[in-house]
Write a protein that binds this ligand. Structure first.
Ligand code: ADP
Length: 360
């Protein structure tokens, strides 16, 4: 037996070629000592096992921490994303309907942020409603005197024989401007009525073939720079009757035709197409104009929104919001397809007249 290493309590000894690690268990006053020993190679194995376990425990706790951190981040990030999406989708039209869903699972700070955001939307909605009421009252007050001025100008231009060319031109410009202002006031009033649920429609059975033809003829009489064409794709055996308010629908078509002319070159073609549609009857107003940039497409029906393509032309950005309001009040839908440089197509879909819609 050979002792390799020695201190007062442990020794590494070799017995028959096998290494043992001995540990002093007890020392008696008589000088006798009790040692316990273990095969040295076992110590290595135990060390390896210990190391293995340490690695498993280390990796395990790292994974656990990652999972916990991920769950915490999700708890914070998800409601923040929700808030951000909601803010991005917020428009003047949705201010009154938007409310932040309860975020009970979110941390206190995020819940506080959501609450502040909710209060901000409420304050915005209140001030927006005040503004709407103000615009509605002013439009109402201005409309009557403006109609009188317009009527007076019209009569003077028509009846007066003694006007010089300059005076006639001046009065004509004044008349055109008063018509433009009245149309703007009408748009504002319609929107205000729509907001307060007071928009009144006369829904009835309308022969769309006849109405579209009439709208095209009337528009052509003042759009001398453009060609207007009507195409009817509704089969002979099918009806072209739909449920709509005829005056409002005509107003909508005038607006879309005016836009088609405004945003396209002289002498280009504007086509009104009647198509059968699985939801009813579609009226397409197509032009070969400048088209609408893709980034503007989702917004063009919003109030006061004017596309990037509109800088060359006058306008208020209200026309399409009124069009959309009227069509949805008639129970229809409106869609747009457009490609820059190729033209635009506005499709109105009106519910077909069926026995169930008549009885309603
Ligand atoms: P505007 O008074 O600006 O014409 P509208 O509400 O009628 O307001 O239209 C909103 C925007 O939609 C316009 O500013 C324009 O960018 C785009 N737009 C509407 N109609 C057309 C069209 N036929 N061709 C190209 N752009 C159009």
């Amino acid at each position: 037996m050979k002792a390799h290493k020695k201190d007062h309590t442990t020794q590494l000894i070799n017995v028959g070629g096998q290494n043992y690690l001995t540990l002093l268990g007890r020392a008696y006053p008589t000088g006798e000592r009790v040692w316990s020993s273990a095969i040295a190679s076992d110590t290595g194995r135990i060390q390896n096992e210990f190391l293995g376990w340490m690695i498993v425990i280390g990796v395990g706790s790292m994974l656990l921490s990652l999972i916990t951190i991920n769950a915490m981040v999700r708890r914070i990030v998800r409601p923040l994303l929700q808030l951000s999406e909601q803010s991005a989708a917020l428009t003047a039209d949705t201010l009154n309907q938007d409310s932040i869903p309860e975020m009970t699972a979110a941390p206190k700070e995020v819940r506080q942020l959501a609450k502040t955001y909710s209060e901000l939307i409420e304050r915005l909605a209140l001030s927006w409603n005040d503004q709407r009421r103000f615009v509605s009252a002013v439009s109402h007050e201005l409309r009557t005197p403006l109609t009188i001025v317009q009527g007076y100008l019209h009569r003077t231009i028509k009846r007066s024989k003694s006007l010089s060319d300059d005076e006639r031109r001046g009065l004509k410009t004044a008349e055109e401007e008063s018509i433009r202002m009245r149309m703007l006031l009408d748009d504002l009033l319609d929107l205000a009525r729509g907001d307060s649920g007071q928009l009144q429609l006369n829904q009835e059975m309308v022969d769309l073939e006849e109405l579209v033809g009439k709208a095209a003829d009337l528009s052509q009489s003042h759009l001398t720079d453009h060609r207007l064409e009507v195409v009817n794709n509704i089969p002979n055996h099918e009806t072209s009757d739909a449920l709509a308010d005829p005056d409002r629908l005509q107003q909508v078509l005038f607006d879309l035709i005016d836009n088609a002319a405004k945003y396209s070159a002289k002498d280009s073609l504007i086509t009104l197409v009647l198509n059968p549609n699985k939801h009813g009857i579609a009226i397409d107003v197509k032009d070969e104009g400048i088209g609408i940039p893709e980034s503007d497409l989702p917004h063009i029906f919003n109030r006061f929104y004017r596309g990037k393509n509109s800088s060359e032309s006058s306008g208020t950005g209200l026309g399409l919001s009124v069009v959309a309001l009227m069509i949805s009040a008639m129970g229809g839908q409106i869609h747009v397809q457009s490609k820059e440089g190729e033209g635009s197509c506005f499709s109105i879909i009106l519910p077909k007249l069926t026995s169930s819609t008549i009885s309603r």
